[in-house]
Design a protein around this ligand. Structure first.
Ligand code: HSE
Length: 320
């Protein structure tokens, strides 16, 4: 256990959920952007709050721990910790959050806060919880952010790499290998709330579409495991969610076409959007893809931000 009052530093990566065809089950972590946090634990008197959140960015996210995603995740962890200690350990956490991943951008900003907080807390307490436990705690943050306890951002944020959520209840996360992949992300500066992007989805799926979709998911997983880039590219197809959600993102179809012409293996909406990601085999192609993204959004006058990065294999890291 880290001594009381001693601050640690945490780095929590952005994540791309769904990976096009795997709605709510596939996701991967990226090396850039990431959130930074600092955290310490102290003993708590019975009348003191157990979680204090200090925002050191300008996003004005709630500091009330019950309304903050990191706070909700930490409450779940604390509850289990205190139960494990039969109520004899009264502790509190103080956490400073510097969000470098813009909230609502579609690259797992809320997941980075929740996952970073619980990985940090676990480290302070001597790593008593498993990664699966931490995913379970952090999902309470996602419930606040989107109304649903999905784990496709949380899992890769905590495990690193590409992950498959085979089941939520009971939780089963499968870490998948992946070949070297370069990732280009564009974040058009519009707001798409995850809750809205979920509420417009159809609740019924046609069997023929389901068959196509599970063929693609299986193809993508096989492609990742066999380092078969062409199979990965062919499998990055979504016939269920993307046709509905893409209408929320200006220039989506054109952008996707141009990125593929520039050599990208494929890609699509990152999580619930508005960010779009593309996977490429080399850094040169990933940069050519970035150029296409910039040109298209400049031509329609839409402010945007791009990242060229790689898959992060470490997940949340304690840096000091
Ligand atoms: N799987 C979730 C969705 C991810 O697409 O709604 C949200 O970031």
């Amino acid at each position: 256990m880290v001594p009381a009052n001693q601050w640690i530093k945490i780095k929590a990566p952005a994540t791309v959920a769904n990976m096009v065809c795997g709605f709510d089950i596939l996701g991967f972590a990226v090396n850039n952007p990431y959130d930074e946090m600092e955290m310490r634990w102290m003993e708590r008197n019975s009348n003191e709050p157990s979680i204090t959140i200090i925002n050191i960015d300008t996003y004005q996210l709630p500091t009330d721990p019950e309304k903050n995603v990191a706070g909700a995740a930490l409450y779940a962890l604390l509850e289990e910790y205190e139960a494990l200690k039969n109520g004899n350990a009264k502790i509190k956490f103080e956490i400073k959050i510097n969000k470098l991943i813009k909230p609502g951008s579609g690259v797992g900003s809320s997941a980075a806060s929740s996952a970073g907080a619980v990985v940090g807390a676990n480290y302070l307490l001597g790593n008593i919880f498993s990664k699966d436990d931490l995913v379970r705690f952090a999902m309470n943050g996602e419930k606040i952010a989107s109304g649903v306890k999905h784990a496709d951002n949380i899992a890769p944020c905590i495990f690193g790499g590409v992950t498959l959520v085979r089941s939520i209840f009971p939780l089963e996360i499968v870490a998948l290998p992946s070949p070297q992949l370069h990732v280009t992300i564009v974040h058009p500066q519009i707001e798409v709330r995850t809750s809205d992007a979920r509420s417009i989805l159809r609740q019924q799926v046609q069997l023929k579409d389901a068959i196509k979709q599970w063929g693609n998911i299986a193809g993508l997983v096989a492609g990742l495991m066999k380092s078969d880039y062409d199979l990965i590219g062919r499998s990055l197809e979504d016939v269920i969610i993307e046709p509905v959600r893409s209408i929320l993102i200006p220039g989506f179809d054109e952008l996707k076409l141009r990125c593929k012409q520039a050599g990208a293996l494929g890609g699509g909406i990152s999580g619930s959007g508005p960010s779009i990601f593309m996977l490429s085999k080399t850094k040169d192609i990933a940069e050519a893809v970035e150029k296409e993204m910039n040109q298209l959004y400049e031509s329609i006058g839409l402010p945007h931000h791009t990242y060229v990065t790689t898959i992060n294999q470490a997940g949340v890291e304690i840096t000091e």
